[in-house]
Write a protein that binds this ligand. Sequence first.
Ligand SMILES: [Zn+2]
Length: 206
Amino acid sequence: MEQKSPNNFLELGDNAVELLKQLISIPSFSKEEDKSADLIEEYLQGKGVKTHRQQNNVWVFNQNFSPEKPTILLNSHHDTVRPNSGYTLDPFTPIVKDGKLYGLGSNDAGGALVSLMATFLYFYKSDDLKYNIVYAATAEEENSGLDGVESVLPHFGNLEFAIVGEPTEMQMAIAEKGLMVVDCEASGTSSHAAHPNDDNAIYNAI
Ligand SMILES: [Zn+2]
């Protein structure tokens, strides 16, 4: 296969997996994501990209950013929830088993986070893009915190649209499923909202 450095597609993919392994090993609960933000910043700087940071949010612009062009945002979050009691592996030890990378945040949303970053790096130095690209690794998604993407959006300028990475098995979804706060107690089996679950505590509560 033709090797095209430094925009080598396979190399970017391998690097993304290595970065995700490091991110898994760093606890990054919502509001405590400073160490993973440090790593993301250092990683991007190591690729020669000038980074911007506000609290635990890190964002970057493509090298030939032009105010005349429309801008696309690539965004995902690097905070995680706390590991649930059903966890059978060490949540902070990245393990590859049967072609899958296991560890807390590998799925939500580390996979999307590093994939969108690889996409950004692939196009970073292009001088013939019809649009600008902003990549943002943001905080406090899991707790809908005020110091997450909402707090840094004004720094990105006018956005044409955004691609937000979440584990939806490559199915496109628009916005979020919704939010409702109820003071009650119900039990079920832990899982991610994007995956089927016959014993969903929310449905049980209804
Ligand atoms: Zn998520």
